[in-house]
Design a protein around this ligand. Structure first.
Ligand SMILES: *Cc1c(COP(=O)(O)O)cnc(C)c1O
Ligand SMILES: [Zn+2]
Length: 423
């Protein structure tokens, strides 16, 4: 495997190090309690990375292949990543940008991970790829499998949302319903993959998924004119995305291209706040109590976040924060983003915007980026039942919540701007 020597793996839990061919998904010592990080030769890859930022390579996630565990050949043809960054006009002295990752093939940021997963599966000779998921990860995997030669099997808990199951089935994936909740589906998927030699994309088990998702950070850097923002607001469920956003920015520092990482602000729903509680208590990623989640934002509804080690590290190492927002504020933000910016997000995806509002991003004299992770079309029934669409007085309530923000879009960066002359 030509790409295997590009990186090694480091467990953030036990600090053991492994070569790429010694590991398939997770730390052999800690198993599912570990957190494997891929590490590249950053100084060695710097020149190739910078060369890949030129106008010759398409603006999608594969332009960053010098820092991916694949070469960029044999990837799904669907245009993945390269999503637009919009500037929203702010009331204060700061600048706020919206990174719209709902503009991906299956409608969520999960496509970045699933596109990488099918590529890795094919490299390893698997003909079947599987995942346990109730929603966007499964839809993304079904989508990317349809664009490749792989058979896709999804293990879904019995209570999975009908709308997302419909999208998964439309792409032709096989859905195995598992009695029980997500944990049972996760275990069933793990066992089936071991038994049949299938490739397993499940989040929290497959350490490589971080690598696909981190490309969103590289894009933000390019779209801001090869600069990092001061803050990035990220919705948090299992914690994979927030850990990946941090990793992308930190790799820019590791390559010597940037001096600092932005503050990473992880935003959770109040009814699914394990990481916020762990961060508040300061006793590390394992000491908080796993509580049954209660939030309508299904994409971030998690009792025990599987990527909690990486998520906590992202916020702590960047000097960021965790925030919590109520379901009411999340639904207000779905409406606010749609009406003020023309960007329609699902509730989980609008959570970062809700966090940015309560955190004062629109009045702070800073550059902030709000990550929108998935399309509003994915959870229409939730929005309908929120009552916000028909409430006549809703504009006034929104005004209070947003504190006078005028977030009409000012400017958009679709591709990377030409490189700026910089010392
Ligand atoms: C998966 C997902 C999230 C949360 O990502 P985690 O890695 O689980 O923290 C947020 N928004 C959307 C739309 C998602 O699909
Ligand atoms: Zn370990």
């Amino acid at each position: 495997m030509a790409d295997a020597c590009k990186y090694s793996l480091h467990c953030l839990q036990c600090q053991r190090r492994y070569s790429a061919d010694a590991v398939s998904y997770f730390c052999p010592h800690c198993e599912l309690d570990g957190a494997l990080d891929l590490e590249y030769d950053y100084r060695g890859q710097r020149a190739a990375f910078v060369a890949a930022l030129g106008p010759g390579s398409p603006f999608d996630m594969w332009r960053y292949h010098p820092l991916l565990p694949v070469s960029g050949d044999g990837v799904p043809a669907l245009h993945t990543g390269g999503s637009p960054l919009y500037e929203a006009a702010a009331a204060g002295g700061g600048r706020v940008f919206i990174k719209d990752d709902s503009r991906n093939p299956s409608g969520s940021l999960k496509d970045r991970a699933s596109a990488l997963a099918v590529t890795l599966a094919q490299q390893r000779g698997a003909s079947v790829i599987a995942a346990a998921s109730t929603g966007n990860a499964a839809a993304a995997l079904a989508c990317m499998s349809a664009a490749s030669e792989l058979r896709c099997v999804i293990f879904a808990p019995a209570n999975a949302a009908r709308e997302k199951l419909a999208q998964i089935r439309a792409y032709g994936a096989e859905v195995t319903e598992v009695q029980g909740a997500y944990d049972e589906a996760f275990a069933a998927c793990h066992h089936a993959c071991l038994q049949h030699g299938w490739y397993n994309r499940s989040t929290g088990l497959n350490a490589y998924m971080t690598e696909g998702k981190k490309t969103v950070a590289f894009e933000i850097y390019e779209q801001l004119g090869r600069r990092v923002p001061d803050r990035v607001y990220v919705p948090v469920g299992n914690g994979c995305i927030v850990g990946a956003v941090y990793k992308g920015f930190r790799e820019l520092v590791d390559m010597g291209l940037e001096a600092r990482v932005p503050q990473i602000i992880g935003v959770q729903a109040t009814g699914s706040d394990y990481l916020w509680r762990a961060w508040q208590a300061g006793n590390g990623p394992h000491a908080a109590q796993a509580l049954a989640p209660r939030t309508a934002a299904s994409s971030i509804s998690v009792a025990l976040p599987r990527d909690r080690i990486k998520a906590l590290r992202a916020v702590q190492a960047s000097g960021g924060e965790f925030l919590r927002v109520s379901d009411a504020a999340i639904y207000e933000s779905v409406i606010g983003l749609a009406r003020r910016c023309g960007v329609f997000a699902e509730p989980g995806a609008a959570t970062a915007y809700a966090g940015a509002l309560v955190h004062g991003a629109f009045t702070a004299p800073l550059t902030s980026v709000v990550l929108v992770t998935g399309s509003g079309l994915k959870d229409v029934s939730g929005l309908l039942s929120s009552g916000l669409l028909s409430r006549p007085a809703h504009a006034a309530a929104l005004e209070t919540l947003t504190d006078g923000v005028r977030a009409c879009l000012r400017a958009a960066a679709w591709g990377p701007p030409p490189p700026l002359a910089r010392a």
